[in-house]
Unconditional design. Structure first.
Length: 323
């Protein structure tokens, strides 16, 4: 079973150390010569004995190499897709080439299998639509959207693109903008800079917690209603549930967000139809509207937009009618 849980990846397998890298430590040289893989992954393989130097397994990351040394890499990744079946699930593919695809995810679609969800996910769909994704961690998924958040996400379709997109995400070079409807009247836009970690009182939730991971959210007001606000949000960091947690922290939880307090109806003067529409809204009112980044291979700037889905448009019409 262990052998079946690994997938061999065809890539640069042999390299000779050039003079310019003479004397450098092994892991740094490997990162330059086998650039399709991240340094962290290469370090793990070195420690597993999967990189040989002149025919001998090289196990110490800090060992110096010499010009002319021959390195051989048995590249292998844990097959995180082994237990995930390819399934013919419809996807709204906004863009695709040999390196990446941009998907417009509907609300209700889970990104990858997890606790209580074994199939029917975006990962299952990607393995069917893009068989080459079997070679990539989690079928090339670079970032996630919550199950009930709709909108755009990018997935990699080869190892080189995956490495570069992950690095771009970590360096905050992928621009992600959202639209949301929050409870309460928000006067002006602002920046929320508040650390996020597991809620110490409820491990199923995240919360603003001193000492948590840095989290920064920028937002502007698009439209104000009597007791609600339509906002545009830009993520600087990408913590779990970040937008939902930050707006709940401001005491303006997103409409429909049962986890963070957005189901409660606040304010007087809501007519029966508006109150019913708010109570019936089936998810957090959050949509990943825009995605912009440099193509990982060509460097060309790409920008994609997704229109607001029907349920959010209907919600906004209802709120306008109750002004």
């Amino acid at each position: 079973m262990a052998a079946e849980a690994m997938l061999e990846i065809p890539a640069e397998q042999h390299a000779v150390v050039p003079a310019v890298l003479d004397g450098m430590r092994l892991d740094a040289v490997a990162a330059k010569l086998f650039s399709a893989y991240s340094r962290a992954r290469l370090q793990a393989w070195i420690e597993q004995g999967r990189l040989t130097r002149n025919g001998v397994a090289a196990l110490r990351l800090r060992d110096a190499v010499a010009a002319g040394d021959r390195l051989e890499l048995l590249a292998q990744v844990d097959d995180e897709n082994a237990a995930v079946a390819a399934q013919a699930i419809d996807l709204n593919i906004v863009y695709a080439d040999d390196s990446l695809a941009v998907i417009d995810k509907p609300a209700g679609l889970v990104v990858h299998p997890g606790a209580g969800v074994r199939d029917g996910t975006l990962q299952n769909a990607l393995l069917h639509r893009f068989p080459q994704a079997m070679q990539l961690p989690r079928a090339g998924i670079v970032h996630r959207l919550d199950k009930d958040t709709s909108g755009l996400l990018v997935v990699a379709l080869n190892l080189s693109a995956h490495k570069r997109l992950v690095a771009a995400m970590a360096a905050r070079r992928i621009r992600r903008e959202y639209e949301a409807v929050a409870n309460g009247a928000i006067t002006v836009g602002s920046t929320i800079d508040a650390p996020i970690a597991r809620d110490p009182r409820n491990r199923l939730r995240m919360a603003v917690v001193p000492g948590g991971r840095e989290a920064t959210t920028h937002f502007s007001v698009l439209e104000r209603f009597r007791h609600h606000t339509h906002v545009r949000v830009r993520l600087e960091t990408g913590r779990t549930h970040q937008i939902r947690v930050h707006f709940a922290h401001l005491r303006h939880p997103l409409v429909g967000d049962t986890t963070y307090g957005g189901r409660a109806q606040r304010g007087t003067g809501l007519d029966a139809a508006t109150r019913a529409a708010l109570l019936a809204f089936p998810r957090q009112a959050l949509h990943a509207r825009e995605l912009a980044f440099a193509h990982p291979e060509s460097g060309i700037d790409l920008k994609f937009e997704s229109p607001l889905p029907d349920d959010l448009q209907a919600l906004l019409r209802c709120l306008r009618a109750n002004q």
